[in-house]
Design a protein around this ligand. Structure first.
Ligand code: UDP
Ligand code: MG
Length: 317
């Protein structure tokens, strides 16, 4: 019989976690598969862990990976994939924005098309601010334009992956993982599945504006070297403008059509313009150096405090 793992990252989700478990469980019970749910408690400061531990106490098919602190959504999903030993895995958010009831359809879709990945594409997204919708749209289109790998649009991490993808994913050594990008990068047969994204069931988004920007810039820097090329083009453009200006003023001096004393405006413009270009370029370089700095340290990606119902240990018994 095929085995299925559901990977659920949780950060301060006390308001939804019980309902999430119930809905997942009733969906899984209806399937003819051996299944397991892996919850990752990403350093929640509320009762999330207590609730999860209680659930795992009653249900041996629930594993809880408890992080020593908050490491972030992508790291939590990564840990889930690392601990997954099954033929299939579904990555899903705890907040029920992605309906667990779709899981059987994802599995059917995969079987019918013989695909390795079924990624869920949002036809619509309820309960999101206009700004979030607009910024996400612009961001994914731009990222696609700039990136060396093409990503499916309007796709989150909600997807079904098979053992082949899990195996390849586990070979990635980079710390800053942008999971949806990496899974696209792996290749094989990946097919879309269209669905309506619901509003958050309860609780608040864990992606405020600041986190959204850092997520976006990380994705860009990890998947594209175009910003560096843009910096170089900017440099060339400003050198060109600089040479033109220099010629203009030198000839002006010789032929007397500029007045040196009244040159204040042009000097200020030049300083501000070139200063801006330089700072911007250094900033872009800085982003890449920052990532190099993080990567060369080779720190562990996450620290696990404890695992409840560790499937590896249970198998050994
Ligand atoms: N999450 C996490 N660690 C974090 C932030 C979020 O594990 O540092 C989880 C969160 O509990 C949820 C999922 O990642 O299950 C997506 O987060 P959220 O729903 O807040 O993001 P949004 O849907 O608003 O983009
Ligand atoms: Mg959400």
């Amino acid at each position: 019989m095929q085995t299925l793992s559901i990977i659920v990252p949780c950060y301060n989700e006390e308001a939804v976690i019980e309902t999430c478990y119930q809905r997942l469980k009733s969906t899984l019970d209806s399937l003819d598969l051996k299944s397991q749910i892996i919850f990752i408690n990403d350093g929640s400061t509320d009762k999330t862990y207590a609730i999860l531990a209680e659930i795992a106490d009653h249900d041996p098919h629930v594993t809880v990976i408890n992080f020593s602190r908050n490491f972030g959504h992508q790291v939590a999903v990564t840990a889930g994939i690392h601990h997954c030993r099954s033929d299939l895995a579904v990555i899903i958010d705890a907040d029920l924005q992605d309906p667990p009831e779709l899981i059987p359809e994802l599995i059917q879709c995969r079987e019918k098309e013989q695909a390795n990945v079924v990624y869920c594409v949002r036809k619509s997204r309820l309960g999101e601010s206009k700004f979030k919708l607009w910024s996400a749209k612009v961001f994914y289109r731009e990222l696609n334009r700039l990136s060396e790998v093409k990503f499916p649009l309007d796709t989150g991490d909600f997807r079904l992956i098979d053992a082949r993808i899990i195996q390849e994913f586990n070979r990635f050594k980079e710390r800053g993982k942008y999971i949806r990008g990496l899974i696209s990068w792996v290749g094989f047969k990946q097919i879309p599945f269209y669905y309506e994204r619901e509003a958050r069931y309860a609780g608040e988004t864990k992606y405020p504006l600041k986190k959204m920007f850092s997520f976006a810039s990380k994705a860009l820097v990890y998947f594209s070297r175009k910003p560096l090329q843009i910096a170089v083009s900017l440099g060339f453009t400003s050198v060109f403008v600089g040479v033109l200006m220099a010629l203009w003023y030198i000839f002006g001096k010789i032929f007397g059509y500029t007045n040196a004393e009244s040159g204040w405006t042009s000097i200020m413009i030049t300083i501000i313009f070139f200063g801006g270009v330089q700072l911007l370029t250094i900033g872009v370089l800085g982003q890449y150096i920052g990532i190099l700095f993080d990567e060369v340290k080779e720190r562990p990606e996450y620290i696990i405090e404890n695992i409840v119902n560790n499937p590896d240990e249970m198998q050994a018994k």
